[in-house]
Ligand binder design. Structure first.
Ligand code: GLY
Ligand code: MN
Ligand code: MN
Length: 434
């Protein structure tokens, strides 16, 4: 759990970065409709959650550095017993102050009357724009209200993209955040094990997916993205989510699934042999991906550039594919020409945190970002040989293998958050066979 004091610390750091003449405004995620009156499951906006921990829609946070009567102001839904009987409990402005550490809180209905005056005289306004039409329109409305104020209100001279400050903070995970990410990782590992128990030859991919989702929900987590449960040739489709295929003995089963706990994500991929034994070709390719991942994880250290893991994985994969005759010529030439991208078309990882593909710049001053303690990345090399790739002998085709783990940059080297799930070839076979 993230304590109210940590949310307050984040708000304080952000205000310090923005300066005393600035204001910051962040909106909660809107409810999104699936169709007619049915909404998608609600997920709070990650930035809004990071600064408030407040779980409801129809809320706006205003940070007003130096404001004597309170710097952190929340606008939110009022209590409404009749509506609450239908939609469930609301927190309300009083508890926003009492339980969520806000300095001040007002009904969201009053925001157009109250907020413009609070922004009056501030030089810079930090917010997101061009994301949500409704928020963009609201923002311009507040500026019009401010300009139209008696005597002519002073509108901020600059609008600044909030992400540059806020996402820099989100990139460094605190001990409490790492604890939640470890819990999300443990649940995702447990879900993979549950999925494996459902992965008998003849089963449908959706049955495996059901076991995965059951395990996550049974622990109170939700999926951090739509899971990928791909058998046979479907393993070669990077974002396969149809889950309609069948598992056949001797095929591979690729499961890429993460759990989300208190808005923090995990992201694990394992590639399992259906029936418990890799074929000779699968074994050769799995071994390369396993070696590539080990080499890449070794580069997740403070002081290493973000790109070092991908470079290390690429070297191992290309060397392996050349040795198997799947790539012509020398490894050096295959890397230079980019020919290997036919089989390894994606990067080796991404930041992970509140978002599964988390925020934070990958380059700083036009150089790859240097890793620092508290950053968390995924390490996910893969090899995919398309079923219709006639440039390779038929025995290699239709095989997709990815191994993905979540790794924190620790003070003493890489810290595997997803260590609870085996990745070594022999352990993977043993687990499948069991
Ligand atoms: N599951 C999304 C990814 O691996 O990046
Ligand atoms: Mn990933
Ligand atoms: Mn993944």
């Amino acid at each position: 759990m993230i304590a109210p004091a940590e949310f307050a610390r984040r708000r304080g750091e952000l205000m310090q970065m923005a300066g005393v003449d600035a204001a910051l405004v962040v909106a909660a995620a809107p409810r999104r409709m699936r169709n007619a009156d049915a909404a998608w499951p609600y997920r709070q906006d990650s930035d809004f959650h990071y600064l408030t921990g407040f779980p409801e829609p129809d809320a706006v946070l205003a940070l007003l550095p130096g404001r004597a009567s309170g710097q952190a102001v929340l606008f939110c839904r009022e209590r409404d017993p009749a509506r609450e009987r239908i939609e469930g409990a609301r927190i309300g402005p009083e508890d926003a102050v009492a339980r969520f550490g806000m300095d001040d809180a007002f009904p969201i209905e009053d925001i157009d009357d109250i907020l413009p005056g609070m922004l009056e005289g501030r030089t810079r306004l930090y917010c997101h724009f061009g994301r949500e039409n409704e928020f963009d329109a609201q923002l311009l409305r507040w500026m019009r209200r401010l300009r139209a104020a008696r005597g002519g209100g002073v509108v901020p001279r600059e609008f600044v993209a909030l992400g540059h400050l806020l996402h820099e903070l989100r990139l460094y995970k605190s001990p409490a955040e790492l604890a939640l990410m470890k819990r999300a990782a443990r649940i995702a590992a447990e879900a993979q094990r549950a999925a494996l128990r459902a992965a008998r030859p003849g089963a449908a991919e959706y049955e495996v997916e059901a076991a995965l989702l059951h395990a996550m929900r049974a622990h109170g987590a939700v999926p951090s993205y739509p899971p990928i449960v791909a058998a046979g040739v479907n393993t070669c489709v990077m974002h396969y989510t149809a889950s309609r295929g069948k598992l056949a003995r001797g095929d591979l089963l690729l499961i890429d699934a993460g759990a989300e706990v208190e808005c923090y994500a995990s992201d694990i991929t394992r590639t399992w042999p259906v029936g418990g034994r890799f074929t000779r070709e699968q074994r050769a390719l799995y071994g390369i991906v396993e070696d590539a991942q080990r080499a890449a994880i070794g580069e997740v250290r403070a002081g290493c550039p973000f790109t070092a893991a991908h470079d290390a994985a690429t070297r191992v994969i290309v060397r392996g594919l050349c040795a198997l005759g799947l790539l012509d010529g020398s490894p050096r030439a295959a890397i230079r020409s980019g020919e290997y991208k036919r089989f390894f078309p994606h990067k080796t990882g991404h930041w992970i945190g509140l978002d599964v593909h988390d925020v934070g710049d990958y380059r700083v001053d036009d150089q790859p970002r240097v890793l620092e303690p508290g950053m968390v990345v995924t390490v996910e090399p893969g090899i995919y040989i398309a079923p219709d790739d006639t440039t390779v002998p038929a025995k290699w085709r239709g095989v997709g293998i990815r191994i993905e783990d979540d790794v924190a940059v620790g003070a003493r080297g890489p810290e595997l958050l997803t260590a609870a799930l085996p990745r070594r070839l022999d352990e993977v076979e043993a687990l499948c066979a069991a």
